[in-house]
Structure formats: C-alpha cells, structure tokens
Design a protein. Structure first.
Length: 455
C-alpha cells in the first residue's frame, strides 16, 4: 500500500462545504491511501479511537483514518482505476483510492466522522451515504442537497454515525454511468459495546455487474440487464478469494447489492439466520433460518451461522447465468442437433472449427482461443477436476485447528474415507416409472388447439 500526498491537480483549491480553503489548509488534509492489490487484506485493527472487532473485505481492504480533535478523518479519491477481475482480465473502471469497489469504511456507533472527497474524474460527482441517518445537507444528492464536486475539487462531509449496522456509499451524480463504472464501497458502523453482535469471522462484500465486450476493457454503461460479468467486489471466479473459517466459529457475511437486479445468494453445507439489513440489526426473536437469501437492488443483508460442518462449501448467486463469465446472450441452444456431415463441410471452409453445444455447455477441459482480455465462460479447477463456474462464486473453507485470525487459504479439504460420492460398479436397481408418465413412441398423442382465453 502506498500513500498519495498530492491529490489536487494544478494546485486547485478545495471546497469545504460551501466555502473555500487556502492551499495551506488543503495541504493539512489527511493522506489518501491507495491500494493496488486485488487480494484480500488482513483486518485493520483500530490504531486509535474506540475499540471494535474489524471486518474482512473480500478481495478488498479497509480505509485508514487519522484522529483530529476527536474526529475520525478519512480521505477518498474518486478516480479512474484498473481492476483485475481475475487473472487474465483487467477492466477500466472508476473507483476510489486505486480500487473498485472503494475501501471499506469502519467506524463506531457515535463516532463523529469527517470524510474528504477529492474528484479526479473528468466529470462532477458526489457521494451518497446509503442507509445513514444524517443531516440532509450531507446526503450527497447532487443538485438536491449539494452542488456537484467538480473535477479537481474536494468536498468534505461531516456527521455522526448514529446507528450500528452495514451500509454502502456510491455517487448520486450521473449514476447510470458512474455506478456502472464501479463507483461504490461498503461502510460498517460497529456497536459501542464490542460484545454486542460479536462474531469470530466477519466478512463484507458488494455485488456488482459489468457488460464488457470480449476483447475490450471498458464497460458498456447503457446496459440495463444483459450484463456478462457478475462480481463479488469487482472480482469474478476463479479470481475471488475463499472465505476461511475455523470449525465452530460464528461467522457473519455482509452482502450489499448495487447491481440492476436481485440476487438469491446461497450457502452450501450450513443453515444461517438473516441477522441484519441496511436498516439495522434484526432482533433475535424476529430472525428466520435460511440457506438462501434474496438481496434486492439497493439492499444489504447480513447472514450469521456457526461454521460447524468442515469442508469446502460453495457460496454463490443461485441465478445460474450469474455464475458464468463472458456470456453471449444470442447463442442458440444446439443440444441434440446432429452435426455429422455439416461439421466436415464447415471445417473445409473454416480450419479448426469445433462442434460445440450439441451435448451441453461444459467444455470438458477443452480449451479454445479467446479474444484478448477475455475469460472463459466457465473456469476454475478443484480437487476433482473442472469446476465449470465463474462470476458470483467462491468457497467457504471450514477447517479444524486454524489459529484465531488466520485467514490464509488452507488448500483443498481432505475428505474422510468413505465420505465422497463415487462411481457405482455393482448392479443398478431398476428405476421406477412415475404413474401416467410420458407416452411411448408407439402410442398416439392427441394435441388440442387451445381456445382463446380472456384476462
């Protein structure tokens, strides 16, 4: 991690609220740390201020701060960034402090916070503190509660973090372009009492979506729904780190959704409770058990569970197209199509032509040339072969004997003998047929033309 001391181009003045500050005043602003790595950073233990149990941002980091006269001061820089979505693909995005999403901001309930926002984008911007209860003039809606932050200028937001919970931040200026380019971040306000809502492992991530044409680097920002890259913190599988837990740990996963559609997020091998929303914590008597939770646009859900089942457990969006990369939405379904004869003729015209899709979508380990800066639609290898996954997919790795606070990847799970599904080589019992099943080929089928129905 490096620090960026010079944050105003050409020595421009900074705007603080509605007033200008001098160059000397601008020079006294807190540094704006920059993170270039896409790996998961260790939790940032608070160096000052009130204590709390820090979170781990999946493939991300927490923004450091300085204390000044009892106020926590942060510095965000809105700027173009290059984000590695997975090894082999980078994207030209907009973000904060070198990354998209921006760094997670962590404070304690009751903290007074002061956030300086410097704009290094080519257009005006703002920051809306999604879910925060604060003075109207700090809400960050350009034209309604404040003027836009012009390129090269710095604004300051100041308010008290009144409620513990999980929130988000994003622009409320040219949202379609700026959010589609990756401008978002997570905010966690910890409770005053460290023992309240305490867990051993606390992860946070944001759901994002991009439409990046194969061979290109920059998202198409006018796309409404047909995105082809679905991300956890602007990473796609197999570029997403695993979430690691010690057997018996109480685990929390906070998930915010700033895409254009809902996401039913599913965890294998465990049952969890929905413990929090972006409106606050759910009372214990109001929680309900789940294995999947649907997260709507603009919502956050915090789930909690005890990691009591050792193994490597999938954690993913249950919309199957959201666990794939570089999808082509106009590809016809060729399952069952007989290519014999036709394939030979096409090969005479197009050397190297391969028949694809007639037996399904899996490549079976077969590789094919891809355009520059493009990921396979399904990728990743596990201990038993191809995973055939992409997009919003990662693994929860639960292990016995891990040290407290050890987030290193423990490798693949070693299954006890006799606990892995295997090929059956004995006699296969007959499969009963459902009564009234499909007609045989020799039986006539009667087709009745539907009558017009009224609504």
């Amino acid at each position: 991690m490096t620090s960026r001391r010079t944050f105003l181009s050409n020595g421009g003045a900074a705007l603080v609220g509605a007033s200008l500050v001098t160059r000397a005043g601008a020079a006294s602003l807190p540094e704006a740390p920059v993170q270039s790595s896409g790996a998961t950073s260790a939790p940032l233990a608070p160096p000052n201020g009130r204590p709390y149990n820090p979170v781990v941002t999946l493939n991300g980091w927490t923004l450091p701060w300085r204390m000044k006269d009892g106020v926590k001061e942060f510095h965000l820089v809105a700027e173009p960034v290059v984000r590695e979505l997975a090894p082999g693909m980078q994207a030209n995005l907009w973000g904060y402090n070198g990354q998209s999403p921006g760094p997670t901001i962590e404070v304690v309930e009751g903290d007074r916070v002061r956030i300086f926002v410097t704009n290094k984008l080519p257009e005006h911007t703002s920051i809306h503190w999604h879910g925060q209860i604060l003075p109207c003039g700090m809400d960050g809606v350009t034209g309604l509660t404040q003027p836009g932050i012009a390129p090269g200028k710095t604004f300051v937001y100041e308010f008290v973090a009144r409620h513990a919970g999980t929130f988000m931040y994003h622009p409320h200026a040219d949202e379609m372009q700026q959010m589609a380019m990756g401008m978002m971040g997570s905010w966690v306000t910890h409770p005053k009492d460290m023992r309240q809502h305490a867990v051993e492992r606390d992860y946070v991530l944001l759901l994002g979506a991009y439409d990046i044409e194969p061979g290109s680097y920059t998202p198409r920002t006018n796309t409404m729904l047909d995105f082809n890259l679905w991300t956890f913190n602007s990473r796609v599988f197999p570029g997403i780190d695993p979430m690691v837990a010690r057997l018996g740990d109480r685990v929390r996963i906070r998930v915010g959704n700033l895409t254009m559609t809902n996401h039913p997020v599913h965890l294998h091998g465990h049952r969890f409770e929905v413990a929090g929303t972006d409106g606050g914590w759910v009372r214990p008597e109001a929680r309900w058990p789940e294995v999947s939770v649907d997260i709507a646009v603009g919502q956050m859900r915090a789930i909690e569970f005890v990691a009591d089942n050792p193994g490597d457990w999938a954690f993913h969006c249950h919309k199957s197209h959201h666990t794939m990369n570089a999808m082509g939405h106009q590809v016809p379904n060729l399952i069952g199509v007989d290519h014999r004869g036709v394939a030979d003729k096409i090969s005479d015209l197009i050397p190297g032509y391969m028949v694809m899709g007639d037996k399904g979508g899996a490549m079976g380990g077969m590789k094919m040339p891809l355009p520059e800066n493009t990921l396979p639609m399904m990728d990743g290898r596990g201990p038993f072969g191809e995973l055939d996954m992409g997009g919003m997919f990662t693994v929860l790795k639960v292990r016995e004997g891990l040290a407290r606070g050890d987030y290193r990847d423990p490798g693949w799970y070693k299954h006890p003998a006799g606990t892995v599904a295997r090929e059956w080589t004995g006699e296969v019992p007959a499969a009963p047929q459902a009564p009234g099943g499909a007609a045989s080929a020799s039986e006539p089928v009667t087709v009745r033309k539907p009558t017009t129905h009224k609504h």
